[in-house]
Design a protein. Structure first.
Length: 253
């Protein structure tokens, strides 16, 4: 008999969209390096010296946008990079200190029986939780409830950017929403494709409760209307045929 085949270790890419994060980026990267071997930073047209700080960081993968394209545009670049290289899993996290890199291994462990693992700031309480700004909590709850009612997702946090994706999931998603509503397009597509999704609890850390979205989205009513528009548009996205052998599975951890 021949020798048993050795299983190759899973190659994980951790991607961080960055826009004008000169205050946080070095500290965040130092912490991420403790839990990730391969780090991609998508510099989304920063103008505050972030690019110069990144240039001084060793062993960093980078995609640079000439101008600011938006949160969704930065993540779309991360998706493309992961697919064009030989990574098995993509982890995404923000650069504002909200996401704790120490929880990356928890995301990866939870991915063993699903396609997408998403952090949730509302699944359970943590000692270090901080209060969510009232309008953000209301809009998140409203949109999350609407997603659950439409698609039976049974999720608790529609907007958390701390996620892990299998390569197969990335191959089926077609993310085109360039702004803050990108996670909603993602959820609609995941439901339509019958991807298996799971949430894990992560701390709710609002280090800067006055951080603005920018432009008309600073107005909560306008923001809610924009998000609902993203949901409606995602219904019409052109997607590959859903895989009949994949039943949607929303689990609690």
């Amino acid at each position: 008999m021949g020798e048993p085949q050795r299983k190759h270790p899973m190659r994980v890419l951790t991607a961080i969209p960055v826009y004008n994060e000169a205050k946080h980026v070095r500290a965040v990267l130092a912490e991420v390096r403790r839990y990730a071997d391969h780090i991609l930073v998508v510099n989304d047209g920063s103008t505050d010296g972030t690019a110069e700080l990144l240039a001084a960081e060793p062993n960093l993968l980078r995609v640079d946008h000439a101008t600011n394209g938006g949160y969704g545009a930065a993540l779309a670049s991360a998706f493309r990079f992961a697919l064009e290289t030989d990574f098995d899993v993509l982890v995404t996290m923000d650069c504002d200190g909200q996401h704790e890199p120490a929880r990356v291994p928890v995301l990866l462990e939870a991915l063993h029986d699903c396609d997408i693992v998403s952090g949730s700031r509302y699944l359970r309480d943590f000692r270090q939780d901080t209060p969510a700004p009232t309008d953000r909590r209301f809009i998140n709850a409203t949109i999350t409830n609407e997603l659950n009612a439409r698609y039976g997702l049974n999720i608790t946090d529609a907007f958390c950017g701390f996620k892990a994706y299998t390569r197969a999931a990335l191959e089926h998603l077609r993310v085109t929403e360039r702004g803050w509503g990108m996670p909603l397009q993602l959820w609609v597509q995941a439901a339509r494709l019958s991807l298996r999704v799971k949430e894990i609890g992560v701390p709710r850390l609002y280090l800067d409760p006055n951080r603005a979205f920018g432009g008309v989205l600073n107005d909560p009513e306008q923001r809610l209307a924009y998000y609902r528009g993203v949901l409606d548009a995602a219904e019409r996205d052109a997607l590959p045929a859903a895989r009949a052998d994949r039943a949607l599975c929303a689990e609690r951890c």
